[in-house]
Design a protein around this ligand. Structure first.
Ligand SMILES: Cc1cc2nc3c(=O)[nH]c(=O)nc-3n(C[C@H](O)[C@H](O)[C@H](O)COP(=O)(O)OP(=O)(O)OC[C@H]3O[C@@H](n4cnc5c(N)ncnc54)[C@H](O)[C@@H]3O)c2cc1C
Length: 385
């Protein structure tokens, strides 16, 4: 193993590997990525793969637009098919207040040139007759949204990073971060190896807060469980339906092969447990049957739990820590780290290589915002994805 590196990335999920891939194109020095388990085995392998422009803050919309460009060109850039399905995202509102929030969000999205329809319950019923719309106030449909394969995208990043010389080590947990006089000096692995480096990237997903503690700084990132359920093949519905989100209850569904992927609740389960539970399954099934009655004939066949990495304003933290030179944080993506991984790779590369991000203004994602009380505010505050 290398004794020195120019950059060490901790975490081999979608964020760490994206940074490795984009950075490898702009840096001549040594980049080492260390993953405590297997590449992608964390939140990335548990992810639903959703990609949307329908966010309600400028920074998230800008991250989506930049990332979407990369997803659309992914095969050309990374020589792996990301399996992007442009199914669209359909947000459903049950109250007038939620619908007003969706409409305000759509107005903001349109100001960025995004194609979003605002729909009455009747218009929703005409386009997707299988939906129960009786209780709805309205909805929005973003035709550019969809979903892709987390595994495929991860493979694309890893392939590019390896080809360009990034040294990737699996089963290599970082257990210590070495600092001196307010500067990063390197890391120590569980195998006893020490690598010195002036830059360490914390891309440890839900463990990012723990990794920051190793470096002696505190960042507000904590884990939150989310459960997913899949059904057996179900052909009584169209082959392609929009990724449909019931805003009021925080439930969503999309096609997964010939069956469906259905979400559990927006959990209050802060902690590292990945167990699924019966309450989650009841939630998934009840809301599925309520919104799409014909799904009473579907069978749940599989389930898993995964972790969101939550911050106080549900927006990511990207940037160097002000109190520790060389410590770059890229974490806290809630339920949107997969879709924002391309933009994160681009801006993190700029930060490392030039000291500042030029493609996007990422002030809104700085770790200092929490102390300064400059939190981001989604219009749909209850929606944490
Ligand atoms: C159920 C579910 C559904 C989701 N759906 C979507 C979606 O539809 N769209 C979307 O965009 N996002 C979605 N997400 C969120 C998305 O999965 C995450 O935001 C994203 O995967 C975060 O990637 P990451 O690389 O930061 O974290 P991870 O994938 O968790 O990677 C971090 C890695 O760091 C490693 N690590 C931790 N500590 C150390 C250490 N000390 N040393 C070495 N390695 C270490 C871990 O083993 C892990 O592999 C979903 C998440 C869940 C749980």
């Amino acid at each position: 193993m290398e004794k020195t590196a120019d950059v060490i990335i901790i975490g081999g999920g979608i964020i760490g590997t994206s940074i490795a891939a984009f950075l490898s194109e702009k840096i001549t020095g040594t980049v080492v990525l260390l993953e405590k388990g297997l590449l992608g085995e964390g939140s990335t392998s548990r992810c639903a793969g959703g990609i949307r422009c329908q966010f309600t803050t400028p920074i998230n919309i800008q991250f989506s637009l930049l990332s979407l460009k990369i997803f659309k060109n992914f095969e050309k850039l990374f020589r792996v098919d990301p399996e992007f399905h442009p199914s669209g995202y359909l947000f459903l509102a049950s109250t007038n207040e939620e619908f007003e929030g969706l409409k305000a969000g759509a107005k903001l999205q349109r100001s960025y040139g995004i194609d979003v329809d605002t729909l009455s319950p009747e218009e929703i019923k005409v386009r997707w007759p299988f939906l129960n719309t009786g209780d709805l106030a309205g909805g929005t449909f973003g035709s550019e949204d969809g979903y892709a394969g987390p595994y495929e995208v991860l493979q694309g990043y890893v392939k590019k990073a390896r080809e360009r010389g990034v040294k990737i080590y699996e089963e290599c947990e970082v257990i210590e971060i070495l600092t001196r006089g307010g500067k990063i000096e390197g890391i120590k692995t569980i195998h006893g190896d020490t690598i010195s480096s002036p830059v360490v990237v914390d891309a440890a997903g839900p463990y990012a807060g723990i990794v920051a503690e190793m470096a002696g700084v505190s960042i507000p990132i904590s884990p939150l469980k989310r459960q997913l359920f899949t059904t057996a093949p179900f052909e009584k519905l169209p082959e392609e339906i929009p990724l449909t989100i019931d805003l009021h209850v925080g439930w969503y569904i999309r096609r997964e092969g010939k069956g469906f992927l259905i979400s559990g609740p927006q959990s209050e389960d802060y902690g590292f447990s990945l167990d699924t539970d019966f309450a989650g399954q009841i939630f998934a099934a009840t809301h599925a049957m309520q919104r799409i009655p014909i799904l009473e004939n579907a069978t749940i066949t599989n389930s898993w739990g995964g972790l969101y990495a939550i911050t106080p304003d549900n927006h990511a933290i990207i940037g160097f820590h002000p109190d520790l030179q060389g410590f770059l944080i890229a974490g806290g993506f809630s339920g949107h780290g997969f879709q924002h991984s391309p933009a994160t790779g681009i801006v993190a590369t700029e930060l490392i290589v030039n000291g500042t991000a030029s493609t996007l203004d990422i002030q809104a994602l700085s770790v200092e915002r929490f102390e300064k009380g400059m939190l981001n505010r989604e219009i749909l505050t209850a929606f944490r994805d």
